[in-house]
Write a new protein. Sequence first.
Length: 304
Amino acid sequence: MPLHLPPLTRRTFLRRSLAATASLLTFPSLRAAESSADPDRWALLSDTHIAADRAAILRTVNMTEHLEAAVKGVRALASRPAGVFVNGDCAVLKGLAEDYATFSTLITPLREAGLPIHLTLGNHDDRDIFRTSLKAAIPAAPPLVSKHVSIVEGARANWFLLDSLDEVNKTPGLLGDEQRAWLAKALDANTAKPALVMVHHNPISGTPEKKGALTDADELLAVLLPRRNVKALFFGHTHTWRFAEKDGLHLVNLPAVAYSFAATEVTGWVDAKLSEKGATLTLHAHDTRHAAHGKTTEIAWRAA
Ligand SMILES: [Zn+2]
């Protein structure tokens, strides 16, 4: 089960606000929290790489500042999203309890703004520590014990969240037979709405001769491609913002919130608006001068 952090209630919010010296500054967000959410809007974040130390810098980026900017951006949207996804690598390298403590604090303003948050695991997370650190968010009866998987039901689509963490702090990812069997069954049991699948590791590579980092990518695609209710697969891990397509299935590589591996690549997060026929994806880059910042990409769902 990915972690699902419910929004903070008004009571909790007020208690926290009263304790905070800057409480007046946070009241506009309380009003936003009380307005109804846009059921078709979702904020897509990936690869936040938060370290215990807020001052930590990797590849010239202060990861805390980048996540804070993303959180601020999500809260500033004209309408409140139905939910926020953070698609793995929440922690910087090894998934330490201290990393999750900082991560948890940094995403609290989203919960205060009334947003539910759905988390998946990446190769820089530690499943056991993740579960212990954010214990309150773990449901009593997860579909699988060995991996964090779940379904987030949306108005226009259902999100299927997978767990490709294999070994902590090792690059490759693996879903495994049990998870793929669960996914196939879950997809077949939920055909009324388009299915959108989210996994941390990339099933394909930007370089044609190289394979993606997901070891059982072929087996995953063998589950997804023939099931025409599956319209898109969202992933992270590469820290690049890319679109590809296979038999009409959209393969969307979400950018990292944290840092990129090449100077030309953009970092940021994505504002997704779903419609009956597809999705509109708008990039919010940290570098607002980057050519991709604010650019919108439309993807259309393949026929059922
Ligand atoms: Zn990453």
